[in-house]
Design a protein around this ligand. Structure first.
Ligand code: PAF
Length: 281
């Protein structure tokens, strides 16, 4: 695996592959990799000749109360996993390379509608940071396809909308969430959980699954979501939100919708966990 930090090196290698007519897949990450990230690399190989990954802890997507300095950085372990997954090229830029003028003077990309609400409400400015950095990374790597994990369902919709709205010639490939046997979705944030919290955390996925079963026969979406929220709290967590939404627009679901997604977030100790489930009626 080749590792580069400079934009010129990245562009040089990519242009050589382009001259050879090779297809390129991209997996952007913030590091602290787990099996969920590696499943993105595995999927990327199915769609392209070369797989490029990036590790960049993006300051623009962290809120003022979110501690970017304590975000786990596990570069050696990440690189070993990417090598084992046969990644061809790893791009690890510094913040200065991505935002040379500083965040205050940086142009940004703001995706309307799907960025609003849910995590967009709990983490103001978060999706602007995500869409801006992904747009910038797409411009640098110029991939044919890019893989994103469905655990971050709202993020996938934001990126898909950005690509469509700005006519980017990139196919977005959503990849299924990898889960522990308990149902808990793999996440870098699981590392913050204590032993006790690890036992509580699966209640998030379990109650989303319960809700998914219930809405097949009961369209009191708001009442059912409230019940699921109470059950998550009773399991020792603190629900941030749980909503049944239209799977594409992310607007609150109506009785006539047949493609739905349940979006949820809950605090478990220091960790804010998110999860979701698509439901086709
Ligand atoms: O999902 C993530 O890890 C990040 O939001 C992403 C897409 C790499 C952008 O920084």
């Amino acid at each position: 695996m080749k590792i580069v930090s400079e934009i010129s090196e990245l562009r040089h290698l990519i242009s050589e592959w382009r001259l050879q007519g090779l297809k390129i897949a991209f997996v952007p990450t913030m590091g602290n990799l787990h099996a969920g990230h590696i499943s993105l690399v595995t999927e990327a190989h199915r769609h392209a000749d070369k797989v490029v990954a990036s590790i960049f802890v993006n300051p623009m997507q962290f809120g003022i109360h979110e501690d970017i300095d304590n975000y786990p950085r596990t570069m050696d372990n990440d690189q070993q996993q990417l090598v084992a997954a046969k990644t061809d090229l790893l791009f690890i830029p510094t913040p200065k390379i991505i935002y040379p003028k500083g965040l205050d003077k940086q142009s940004y990309v703001e995706v309307p509608n799907v960025s609003v609400g849910y995590c967009g409400e709990s983490r103001p400015g978060h999706f602007r940071g995500v869409s801006t950095v992904v747009c910038k990374l797409f411009n640098l790597v110029q991939p044919d396809v890019a893989c994103f994990g469905l655990k971050d369902y709202q993020q996938v919709q934001v990126i898909q909308t950005m690509v469509e709205d700005l006519s980017m010639p990139i196919k977005i490939i959503p990849v299924a969430t990898v889960r522990e046997d308990s149902g808990l979705a793999l996440s870098s944030r699981n590392g913050y959980l204590t032993k006790e919290e690890r036992k509580q955390a699966p209640a998030l996925a379990q109650n989303i699954q319960w809700l998914a079963n219930e809405i097949r026969t009961n369209n009191d979406f708001i009442g059912l979501a409230k019940k699921a929220s109470r059950a998550i709290n009773n399991a020792g967590m603190n629900t941030d939100y749980i909503h049944i939404c239209h799977a594409k627009t992310l607007q609150p679901a109506s009785e006539d919708d047949t493609e739905l997604v349940i979006l949820a977030a809950a605090h478990c100790g220091k960790a804010r966990l998110i999860d979701n489930l698509q439901v086709f009626l």
